[in-house]
Design a protein around this ligand. Structure first.
Ligand code: PRX
Length: 630
């Protein structure tokens, strides 16, 4: 399928995707390698939640990511890997070398008796082997489930057990800035409660680890001995490709299941049209593979398009705040895709870090994961893009598989802080609380998607009913995103943020219930309510209101102890930024905590608290306001 190159292309493609959906997606799918073509393009729908794309089709996504490029581009660089340590030599892998490495890994998995449909859990840092492993898993038809290396043993165990994985792949340690995260030790602790895991493959990265006899194997040794060829397994278009866990509004994370053919088309098309990368460009998505952005715009999208990309093991501020910009300079990165939280953090640093690097290779900048504020957008545009690089503000979610609403770099208009227009195949609508479509162009409401698209998650692993409840029950007949949005007179969407009990901390999604469940583990805390509040760097910070049975403990002491518990249960990403100990929480007469009021207080919006007359204990509101002011 041709790339969208002009505004009129965009209109034409978009209209075709709406009016002749099957013909449009058939044309997209034609450009890939299929072992057998599909019988139908789209079947099923939102009514019975039985959507199938390219049903009857047979393929392997890795043949499309790798083998397809070997004929003409075997020696083109696929991956440039940059270590956490700026003095460690970088590694590059051509498409041919990528093929060899993925095949080696696939043969190791086979030797370990991993079969089609088995779940393979990865708990690794951003090493090339993580990427090889994910693709190797797809090559043999296993289902990968990557758990971000910042999650705790408890969180890892919950995810391993939910998808019943029998194999875990990890590193000894993950170098991150001047620290080393003991991944293997954390994994060992997790595995104490995962009795079904009988195999652990451990990559030696720092050489600091212990092995459990009979269960653990050193991955480096196995890979070096493995064969460099491995035939790709024939998969159904609707075979699960991966499970990725994300937070929900209950304490239990949801394992979203993405399938093969539709996801492939979505990751590939969105990458191509949004970023507009050309043959000699160098793409860099700074996300970790543990998140959906690292799946779709590091593992799959760029490779499906035969692109050259950077993979970075470290963090933006180590050894100093110039690290991102030095990497752009070093590899002549042309397309740079990151999160607003990183932009704001780097904006707050000495401008010399930006000015010392040559950023002239940059052509396109991207933003993802949370609303980008005006100040950060302007800085990104002026200081990083030197006012010559279009910024694509890409709105999407773990559930959507790939970008849904975004401008197309240099093709459609960028509007500061607006994700702008839907991509072909996406029919967004704004609805009010009663599911009425807001037909006026200028509107604000709940953002829903009105029809299936190829990249959408098909279910929650092991719980299709929860999938229905979470996404399709609030607004009948539509997929509810959980986000609020505004539409301006030109039809551009601006995402305003979550309207449910999910908070977005540094571009990472956390359920308030998950944090509250962790806090409940403290024996002196009787009740807790967690809310998000505006935070200069993180976008949203986490604030807890807690009732404690120990009046002698200061708020600081309580917060310290709770953060230790949260780190153990979820991971350091969920740590509290602020805490108030209170004798009561504002509740309705039926006993429900009034979170709306707690959110307003946390945001210092005392004048717009709204109606408090239905509260059982309105006096507590005054008390909380006093406490927060002091
Ligand atoms: O609230 C939206 C926000 O991130 C949520 C999805 O989080 P997650 O599944 O972790 O995926 C993040 C990476 C795609 C959304 O519901 N979000 C994502 N992108 C944007 C955004 N909010 C505003 N503007 C964006 N560009």
């Amino acid at each position: 399928m041709k790339r969208i190159e002009s505004k009129s292309d965009y209109n034409e493609f978009y209209n075709k995707s709406m009016e002749q959906t099957d013909a449009y997606w058939a044309e997209v799918a034609e450009s890939f390698t299929w072992i057998k073509k599909w019988d139908s393009v789209l079947s099923g729908g939102f009514e019975n939640l039985d959507m199938k794309w390219f049903d009857g089709g047979k393929l392997n996504i890795t043949e499309n990511c790798i083998d397809r490029h070997l004929k003409d581009n075997a020696d083109k660089v696929a991956i440039i890997w940059e270590s956490n340590d700026p003095f460690e030599a970088s590694k590059t892998y051509t498409y041919k070398e990528l093929h060899e490495n993925v095949c080696r890994f696939a043969n190791v998995l086979k030797d370990m008796n991993v079969k089609k449909g088995d779940r393979v859990c990865f708990y690794m840092s951003m090493v090339p082997e993580l990427l090889f492993g994910v693709l190797a898993s797809a090559r043999i038809g296993a289902i990968h489930s990557v758990v971000f290396g910042g999650f705790s043993a408890n969180a890892l165990a919950g995810r391993i057990n939910d998808c019943k994985a029998q194999i875990l792949i990890t590193n000894d340690e993950a170098p991150r800035g001047n620290k080393s995260i003991p991944l293997k030790a954390i994994a060992d602790e997790a595995l104490e409660s995962c009795s079904q895991v009988n195999t652990v493959l451990m990559l030696e990265r720092t050489g600091n680890s212990n092995l459990v006899e009979g269960r653990d194997h050193v991955l480096n040794d196995l890979l070096s001995k493995a064969d460099i060829n491995c035939e790709a397994e024939e998969m159904d278009s609707e075979s699960p490709l991966f499970i990725l866990y994300t937070s929900g509004s209950t304490g239990q994370p949801k394992g979203l299941v993405h399938t093969t053919g539709g996801y492939m088309c979505w990751a590939s098309e969105t990458f191509k049209n949004v970023f507009q990368a050309n043959d000699n460009d160098v793409f860099w998505c700074t996300a970790d593979i543990g998140w959906i952005t690292g799946h779709s715009y590091l593992s799959y999208g760029p490779l499906l398009n035969g692109a050259t990309q950077v993979m970075f093991e470290g963090i933006p501020t180590w050894p100093d705040a110039g690290r991102f910009w030095n990497i752009v300079d070093k590899y002549k990165v042309s397309h740079f895709y990151t999160a607003p939280t990183a932009i704001r953090a780097l904006q707050a640093c000495d401008p010399k870090f930006v000015h010392d690097a040559d950023l002239s290779s940059l052509k396109v900048l991207g933003s993802v994961g949370e609303p980008i504020n005006e100040e950060a957008w302007e800085w990104y545009h002026k200081e990083i893009g030197k006012e010559k690089c279009p910024i694509v503000d890409t709105w999407w979610q773990t559930e959507t598989g790939g970008i849904m609403i975004s401008n197309l770099a240099g093709v459609t208009d960028a509007v500061p802080c607006h994700a702008t227009k839907p991509l072909p195949g996406v029919e967004p609508v704004l609805v009010d609380g009663d599911n009425n479509i807001l037909a006026e162009t200028v509107s604000e409401g709940n953002l829903c998607i009105n029809r299936p698209w190829p990249g959408m998650a098909r279910t929650i692993y092991g719980d299709h009913d929860r999938y229905r409840q979470t996404y399709f029950s609030t607004f009948k007949g539509r997929y509810f995103t959980g986000d609020g949005a505004k539409r301006n007179a030109d039809g551009n969407f601006r995402i305003t943020g979550r309207v449910d009990d999910i908070i977005n901390v540094s571009g990472h999604r956390l359920g308030t219930a998950e944090v509250e469940d962790a806090i409940d583990e403290h024996d002196k805390i009787v009740e807790a309510a967690v809310v998000g509040y505006p935070h200069d760097i993180k976008g949203q910070g986490i604030m807890a209101y807690v009732i404690s049975t120990d009046p002698k403990m200061s708020d600081e002491e309580v917060m310290k102890e709770l953060n230790a518990i949260i780190t153990k249960h979820i991971g350091p990403i969920a740590k509290l930024d602020r805490l108030i100990v209170t004798p009561e929480l504002p509740k309705t007469r039926s006993g429900k905590i009034m979170r709306r009021i707690l959110r307003k207080i946390a945001a210092n919006e005392f004048d717009t608290l709204g109606d408090t007359s239905t509260l059982l204990n309105p006096e507590v509101v005054e008390l909380l306001i006093e406490k927060i002011k002091s």
